[in-house]
Design a binder for this molecule. Structure first.
Ligand code: NDP
Length: 329
């Protein structure tokens, strides 16, 4: 038996509760993992509250990521005692996830815990941090250098935004952080943001083209914010779009793309190939300031994940929520 969050949908409605679960109910998979830490990502909050149809099968253990120790394996790459990390692959959506003390998954979904990180640090980074790294890598691959100008990060107080700000700063870029919580300016400056702007400047319908400002953009918000970010990206610049915290729509024109050669990169962490994941985690080990990571992370016990899911969607959470799943780890 193990403790975990279980989401179910029946005549009584959509409910997420902390329950004691029998191991016989675990899904198929070659590797069984004792989960040490998980996190609360935006998608987990949507799953727990039922605000969006993230969960595709019921009952479901949410949690799109976890770190932990292999306890049993029928996969050649993994032995009991190995420390592992998992991000995405539909875990917490179609396959039971990390917000429970035990997980059973495909061996091919796991990566080794980076040598210089603890299981807790890996989840302070979590899917949000790994996605932030994928966005930074897209900006770099495009050839944008620190000397090219400012990089806009939207939803800067959130998990992806906070870690993107810290990473870009360490790499020498000048970050302009867009936020609805300018009261958190000191926090954003401590991560390295040079300038803070109110997200209202970007969230209203704008013109097809604006004054050229951004050398690059990491956008976690979508909708008008993404459209306005594209419209103010400099000639030949790039926008890495990964999120929809402000909306799923994209009310934009093609003008930035066909008149300024702006490139829009779509960033997906869930099905990203293994080689790209490994590269992203290696880069996180190297380029993320661990002191800043500690400042970004707040730890909560499994039992509080339900209440924090609501807070996260109300925009009341700063940085990353790390969920301590096994209390002794
Ligand atoms: P968080 O909830 O931690 O952060 C989201 C931030 O967006 C908030 O902190 C807030 O920042 C801002 N925000 C919230 N609501 C609005 C709104 N209505 N309008 C404008 N801004 C808003 O989430 P994450 O950082 O974990 O994820 C961010 C986004 O990225 C989510 O949409 C998530 O689904 C997506 N994502 C996508 C992945 C992928 O693979 N493509 C992987 C991981 C995340 P502030 O207070 O600073 O304004």
């Amino acid at each position: 038996m193990f403790q975990g969050i279980l989401i179910d949908k029946d005549e009584a409605g959509y409910q997420a509760t902390v329950e004691t679960i029998d191991e016989s109910r675990l899904p198929d998979g070659e590797v069984t993992v004792k989960v040490a830490f998980s996190t609360l990502n935006y998608k987990d909050a949507l799953a727990i509250t039922g605000r969006s149809p993230v969960v595709r099968r019921f009952p479901m253990v949410p949690g799109i990521d976890f770190s932990g120790t292999v306890v049993d394996s029928r996969h050649p790459a993994w032995q009991p005692g190995d420390q592992v990390v998992l991000n995405g692959w539909g875990v917490g959506e179609t396959h039971w996830g990390g917000l429970a003390e035990t997980a059973r998954v495909k061996g091919d979904w796991l990566i080794r815990l980076p040598a210089s990180l603890t299981a807790r640090q890996a989840m302070a980074i979590g899917t949000a941090g790994y996605t932030a790294m994928l966005c930074v890598m897209a900006i770099e691959k495009h050839g944008i250098k620190p000397a090219d100008g400012e990089i806009l990060v939207t939803g800067a107080n959130g998990g992806v935004g906070s870690i993107a700000t810290a990473l870009l700063t360490k790499l020498g870029y000048a970050v302009v952080a867009s936020t609805g919580r300018v009261t958190e300016s000191a926090y954003l400056h401590s991560l390295g943001a040079r300038t803070i702007i109110d997200r209202n400047e970007l969230s209203q319908p704008g013109k097809p083209l604006g004054k050229e400002r951004w050398a690059g953009v990491i956008d976690t918000v979508g909708s008008h914010t993404l459209a306005n970010a594209c419209a103010a990206t400099r000639y030949g610049g790039a926008v890495a779009a990964c999120g929809l915290a402000g909306g799923m729509d994209l009310p934009a024109t093609v003008a930035p793309f066909i008149l300024r050669g702006v490139t829009l990169y779509g960033i997906d962490s869930v099905m990203a190939p293994l080689s790209l994941r490994q590269q992203a985690w290696e880069r996180l080990e190297r380029d993320l300031d661990i002191e800043k990571l500690e400042a970004v992370a707040t730890e909560i016990p499994l039992g509080q994940a339900l209440t924090y899911a609501e807070k996260l969607l109300e925009g009341q959470v700063r940085g990353r929520l790390v969920v301590r799943v096994h209390s002794e780890d």
